[in-house]
Write a protein that binds this ligand. Structure first.
Ligand code: ADP
Length: 622
């Protein structure tokens, strides 16, 4: 048995145990379990992978943020050392000086790529600015309220994030005090545009968010999230922010985020108005320098999609499995049904065969009985036919016996006379003749006895010539009485057949008797009997010189009880034909060219050793 067929058998056995009603429940339970395990595993695996990749993104963005902010950190300090700045602050009314410093600041601003660069006096009023020539020039504006000014005035480097009061754009401000003779005489400020940080980081499924210490978003690759807080702000916090004018009095609202930001990573659900809620994996990193938090929001859609795909695939797989199992089961059921039908059909057939066999046995018994009865009847018929022939022969036979009897009597009378006259020689002669006559009578009676006795039906290999001669002996008295000559042509070589001699004798006697009767009124009365052998057959022909057979009778000659004679039985030929048939031979009749009838018998020759016969050839026997 191959491995596949073993597996098949095992599967079939399992299937047999799970009946068809339980199969869907079992498959469904396994499907649910497998789906749950696979989905959990996939979720954990994908979550882990997403966390790792998001962490990398967060690190990248943080370093980008850091590098962007750090670009300008030391520029105000450098500028504050320039004598131009000091001169301008020391001579605030020198318009030429102011013009030079404005141009200088503009040129510097352009070179360093900052948003604005400007110089404040100790009151916080802008005395020169890179944007001096523009409509929204800072020149003359007071920024004393800005913490970066206050920090610088304390002799420290200042930095601050806020919305530009003139431009309304998000800016990061770096400030540094301009000192002269140990005194702070002004402040140099470099403002950078924060929007450049977000540029090129915007992605569909990935958002960055930077929040200030109050949790207010001021850098984000998602513009809609800007200037909103992660949670509800207290009134005190709101007031403090308004005082700083960091967000220019904007109403800071809570972002529509659900989830725990305290956890890192955390899962957050974002429901922006007009959009479908989205789920994000959020990773947080502290930007300690400024007390900010940098966050990356990664859509978990990809995980959801892969889980959905996995579930769809599993559903398909299990549906297919279920289908295959159902098909296997159906096929098995069909096979079982087929086998059951085959067994039933076989049983039915066996039963029919048994019935038929017993019927056949009964039929055979019946047939055997019928055959036995038929055989007995045939025997009786043959006997009857034989006795009928004997009856026909009896007249001539009694004549044949009476003649010698009369002769014996006269020989005996004469012998007595010769004895009285003492003519012993003559007495002896008469007695010898009497002996001869009684021998002849004994021979006739022996032949009659032999002919009359019932045939035992046993066939044996016999020579045909002696049978023909015995037949001749039997009909001899009849021939004589009817004055018929009989020519018998017997070959010298013995011709042997397998036959029952008495039955054969009966047939021949019957044929000869018929010929004798047919020639009653014929002028020429001759019977010609010929025995020959050719092509494996022995043929006996009996030809007479009678009137022949009428054309209309030839077809029914061998039918039982067909006779044209007044006292005929019509059994002779039909019985003869049956006997010859049972000896594997043939008996047929035809008319000769000379208008006589010819009856022919053919019998298969046997291959017994040939014994030469001593017989006179073409002997005329009368
Ligand atoms: P049966 O001699 O009692 O009539 P058979 O069966 O011996 O019965 O013969 C049937 C018939 O065949 C005869 O009645 C006769 O008409 C015809 N038949 C038989 N032998 C001859 C013959 N040698 N010549 C002409 N007719 C014959």
């Amino acid at each position: 048995m191959t491995v596949t067929s073993k597996l098949k058998t095992k599967l079939n056995m399992r299937l047999n145990k799970v009946n068809s009603r339980r199969l869907p429940i079992v498959i469904f339970t396994v499907y649910c379990l497998v789906s749950l395990l696979a989905a959990t595993w996939l979720w954990q695996f994908s979550y882990q992978r997403l966390t790792t990749s998001s962490q990398q993104q967060l690190e990248l963005f943080s370093s980008h943020l850091d590098s962007q902010l750090e670009r300008f950190a030391y520029l105000p300090q450098l500028l504050s050392r320039q004598s131009l700045m000091i001169d301008a602050l020391l001579n605030p009314n020198n318009s030429a000086q102011r013009d030079i410093i404005n141009r200088h600041l503009n040129a510097t601003n352009q070179i360093i790529g900052a948003s604005d660069t400007y110089l404040l006096n100790i009151n916080g009023t802008t005395i020169a600015a890179s944007n001096w020539s523009l409509e929204a020039s800072f020149v003359g504006l007071n920024f004393a309220f800005r913490p970066y000014f206050q920090q610088a005035m304390k002799g420290k480097q200042g930095d601050y994030f806020a919305l530009g009061s003139t431009s309304g754009r998000r800016g990061y401000y770096y400030s540094y005090p301009v000192q002269y003779a140990g005194e702070v005489i002004g402040v140099v400020v470099v403002k950078m545009d924060i929007s450049s940080i977000e540029k090129d980081w915007s992605e569909k499924s990935l958002h960055f968010l930077v929040t200030d210490p109050h949790g207010i978003a001021f850098i984000s690759t998602q513009p809609a999230w800007l200037f909103q807080s992660l949670g509800e702000l207290s009134t005190a916090v709101k007031n403090a922010i308004n005082q700083e004018r960091r967000y220019l009095g904007k109403n800071i609202e809570a972002l529509p985020f659900e989830g725990e930001f305290e956890q890192n990573p955390s899962l957050i659900r974002v429901s922006m108005s007009g959009e479908r809620p989205k789920n994000y994996l959020v990773l947080t990193k502290e930007y300690a320098k400024a007390g900010w938090n940098v966050r990356v929001f990664v859509s978990t859609n990809s995980i959801t999609y892969s889980i959905v795909i996995l579930l769809v695939l599993l559903t398909l797989l299990f549906s297919l499995l279920y289908l295959v199992l159902v098909l296997i089961r159906q096929r098995q059921n069909r096979n079982d049904e087929k086998q059951r039908l085959q067994v039933n059909a076989k049983q039915e057939l066996e039963f029919q065969v048994m019935q038929r066999t017993s019927a056949l046995h009964a039929e055979i018994d019946e047939r055997q009985k019928a055959e036995l009865a038929l055989k007995n009847t045939q025997k009786e018929l043959i006997q009857a036919a034989k006795l009928a022939v004997l009856g026909q022969l009896s007249a001539s036979i009694s004549h044949e016996l009476n003649n010698p009897l009369a002769a014996i009597r006269s020989y005996a009378d004469n012998a007595l006379v010769f004895l009285e006259r003492e003519k012993i020689d003559k007495v002896t002669g008469n007695l010898q003749r009497i002996t001869h006559l009684t021998e002849r009578m004994a021979r006739i009676s022996a032949q009659l006895k032999a002919f009359a006795r019932k045939s035992d039906g046993v066939m044996s290999i016999i020579a045909l010539q002696p049978v023909l001669l015995a037949t001749f002996e039997l009909v001899k008295p009849q021939l004589k009485a009817s004055q018929i000559t009989l020519d018998m042509h017997l070959p010298r070589n013995i011709i042997q057949v397998k036959a029952e001699p008495i039955q054969l004798e009966q047939i021949l006697v019957n044929l000869l008797s018929n010929a004798i009767q047919a020639m009653q009124d014929s002028e020429v009365k001759n019977i010609n009997v010929t025995l020959s052998a050719s092509a494996g057959k022995a043929v006996v022909e009996v030809i007479d010189t009678g009137p022949g057979i009428a054309e209309s009778d030839i077809g029914q000659l061998f039918e039982p009880f067909f006779t044209t004679k007044e006292t005929g039985l019509g059994l002779g030929l039909s019985i003869s034909q049956q006997i010859i048939n049972s000896m594997q031979g043939k008996l047929w009749a035809q008319n000769t060219a000379d208008a006589g009838a010819m009856f022919s018998i053919s019998l298969p020759l046997t291959s017994a050793p040939e014994i030469p016969l001593i017989l006179p050839q073409n002997q005329e026997l009368t």
